[in-house]
Design a protein around this ligand. Structure first.
Ligand code: WTA
Length: 663
């Protein structure tokens, strides 16, 4: 058993779950996917993927080779084909006569709306591509996008793709420092941002963070900042560098010839937290990524482009927004809802109001959101007509059976199939999920590798575990949308994913096979936390804490949390001169606030520790490794587990007596 599995009692419950929900005959009859898909993929995996690539993607030059794995672990898929991602997402639908179809129903948080057809999107993306080209962006360049959830955000990503420039979207909740390090690592030529966006009923600003990021060292590569006007807040302006989006785009021509790139041309870099302090720039390329994005979106969500209204509630700053807001749905010609704001503004029924208003039929969200809605009470969704929903999806973390059942009953009217989709920034697209209409779903399990994907659960010696056994999730065959590396760091790519088990991709997740051989994901087995479906690195937050003068040493753990899955809890040892200050309530409250604000500044508000505990010592093994398992016991108010491998076994007593002291 891994550390994560043994210390998380809520996950133990998962393993006693035995309910199953077979698809209804009506759903199965009309489903895009059938059992034949598994057979086809099993018969000839590479031919299966080649067929998907030919059917779902339009190639400028057809490919003749499916997979070149000679440079493993860097794969080359469909490498001699050429294509353009934006052409595939937009233009070809217009050429096929679907220009009038709505691509995006945009809903701003204040209630403003905008309807964008595929023909509109073609004009906007072409103009934006021309505007970026006028600012010097060329094929092979990198462009950082730091935006709220706006139509322009989607347009900006597609405009980069149209030019053959890689976009690197940085989530708008990240701080100026975090933004600067990503800009520097990618050596971005242009940053696209907005004055701000609406969040929780008020304008929140973005441009000041860009200004701050660009004044620091490391961001010298940036020549221009393109600024979308959304909130009309006052912004500082750097003449010669800053350009208004509306001025540049409105002046640009509506025709733009897409850059036809090779299948392995970089499409985007997306930074994600790893086990060390430095975020990893996950690199995705064009042909394979688009193929699997379209294939999974079509089959896992059962998309019928003429009749469905799809909605994925993710932010484009995360991979889910890339694959299941931008590329997957648009490649398949879907009509989707794009919502700017939070689920509880101006009221807790906002999401369900939108489902009713747009007659959303396919809905994809995260367990943390479902648990928040459960807490708010089922009378809230009950006040809206949700009968249009015919399929529900979940992503980002293990979904507990209770939340799954609630989702099915309250949101899905007891009939909509739920697809619990396991994947990662690195995998680019869904890897493990039930197929709606085929799989009898089980609450809490992602169940089966998709046709064409090979996943397994192995023990410490890389041996597949028998049914009923637990271990580590691995992927045993290359897949089209797999990452092609970590930007600028091939060695780290090999070390992180390919060195744990020879020839197998190590996902970093613990997993179990049940008696039917179905896979249950059990959470991370490394120093990565999952807070509200967002990946955060313990090391990164620890580095942020010790970079503050108050702190001598820090240890961070993810403690189980009812709503967010995990919550960040930090244990800090203060520097000698500050230790005294922490002995009063007032003093420790002040220290806690200073440190929480400091983490927000270094990384972003999402990384702020829920709790910071000042301790005299940290529990360490003889080799100096912090035993986070014991700290997690403290953070979760549990009896502390086996502490015999500690170098100094009295440390835990010291920590607990200190925390228990009457204040
Ligand atoms: C976790 C998000 C259980 C997992 C698409 C993975 C899940 C990490 C699931 C990737 C799921 C994602 N069941 N765990 N259905 N989906 N995870 O890169 O730990 O933000 O390794 O990609 O989220 O997070 P990332």
């Amino acid at each position: 058993m891994t550390d994560t599995q043994s210390s998380n009692p809520s996950l133990e419950n998962l393993l006693h779950e035995t309910r199953a929900f077979p698809p209804s005959p009506e759903f199965a009859d009309q489903a895009n996917a059938g059992p034949a898909l598994y057979e086809e993929a099993a018969a000839d995996r590479l031919e299966f993927w080649a067929k998907q690539a030919r059917e779902l993607v339009t190639w400028r030059t057809p490919f003749t080779e499916t997979l070149d794995w000679s440079g493993a672990p860097v794969a080359r898929w469909f490498a001699d084909g050429t294509l353009n991602a934006a052409y595939n997402a937009v233009d070809r639908h217009v050429e096929a006569g679907h220009g009038d179809r709505v691509a995006i129903h945009f809903e701003g948080e204040p209630g403003d709306t905008r309807t964008v057809t595929y023909a509109d999107l073609q004009r906007e993306v072409s103009r934006a591509a021309n505007a970026l080209a006028a600012l010097g962006v060329e094929s092979g360049d990198r462009v950082v996008i730091y935006m709220p959830m706006l139509v322009e955000s989607v347009v900006a990503m597609l405009a980069c793709a149209r030019l053959g420039a890689a976009h690197s979207v940085v989530f708008g909740g990240f701080s100026a420092d975090a933004l600067r390090s990503r800009i520097a690592d990618a050596e971005a030529k242009v940053v696209i941002t907005a004055d701000g966006g609406y969040r929780r009923g008020a304008p929140s600003s973005l441009k000041p963070a860009v200004d701050e990021a660009l004044t620091g060292e490391g961001a010298e590569s940036v020549q221009h900042v393109l600024v979308v006007r959304r909130t009309e807040q006052d912004v500082d302006w750097t003449e010669g560098r800053d350009v208004w989006w509306h001025e540049a785009v409105e002046a640009a021509d509506t025709y733009h010839e897409p850059a036809w790139v090779e299948a392995e041309h970089p499409l985007f870099i997306l930074y994600t937290s790893g086990t060390t302090g430095k975020p990893k720039g996950i690199l995705h390329t064009t042909g394979g990524y688009l193929t699997q994005a379209a294939y999974t979106h079509k089959n896992v969500f059962d998309l019928k482009p003429e009749t469905d209204v799809y909605w994925c509630s993710a932010d484009i700053g995360w991979v889910t927004g890339h694959t299941y807001i931008v590329y997957g749905p648009l490649l398949n010609g879907a009509t989707q809802v794009l919502y700017e704001g939070t689920p509880d503004t101006p009221h807790k029924g906002r999401w369900w109001e939108l489902v009713e208003k747009y007659k959303v039929s396919l809905f994809y969200t995260a367990p943390t959101a479902i648990r928040a809605c459960m807490k708010w009470g089922e009378e809230i969704p009950a006040g809206f007509d949700l009968s249009s929903l015919r399929l529900l999806g979940s992503v980002g973390e293990p979904i507990n059976p209770e939340a799954w059942m609630w989702y099915r009953r309250v949101i899905g009217g007891d009939s909509a199939p739920i697809v619990d989709t396991w994947w990662q920034t690195e995998t680019g697209a869904i890897m493990i999920s039930p197929l709606p209409g085929v799989t009898a779903t089980k609450p809490g399990s992602a169940q089966v590798a998709l046709p064409g994907i090979s996943a397994d659960v192995v023990d410490d010696e890389a041996r597949p575990v028998p049914d009923g056994g637990g271990g580590y999730l691995v992927l045993s065959e290359p897949w089209p949308s797999m990452l092609r590396g970590i930007w600028g760091d091939l060695q780290r790519f090999k070390d992180t994913y390919w060195s744990r088990f020879e020839g197998l991709y190590f996902a970093g997740d613990g997993a179990k096979k049940d008696e039917d051989g179905d896979i249950w994901l059990l959470g991370r087995v490394d120093d990565v936390m999952n807070v509200s479906g967002h990946r955060l690195s313990t090391t990164e937050i620890e580095s942020a804490l010790v970079s503050n003068d108050l702190v001598a040493e820090a240890a961070v753990v993810g403690a189980s949390d009812e709503v967010s899955g995990q919550a960040v809890v930090a244990f800090v040892i203060l520097r000698g001169e500050h230790a005294e200050e922490a002995s009063t309530d007032e003093g420790s409250a002040r220290i806690e606030k200073t440190l929480r604000d400091h983490v927000a500044k270094e990384i972003g508000p999402i990384a702020k520790p829920r709790k910071i505990l000042v301790v005299p010592e940290l529990p360490k093994t003889r080799s100096g490794k912090i035993m986070r398992r014991l700290l997690r016991d403290v953070a979760e108010n549990r009896e502390v587990g086996d502490a015999t491998t500690l170098a100094d076994s009295s440390v835990m007593n010291l920590i607990q007596s200190g925390l228990a002291k009457p204040s």
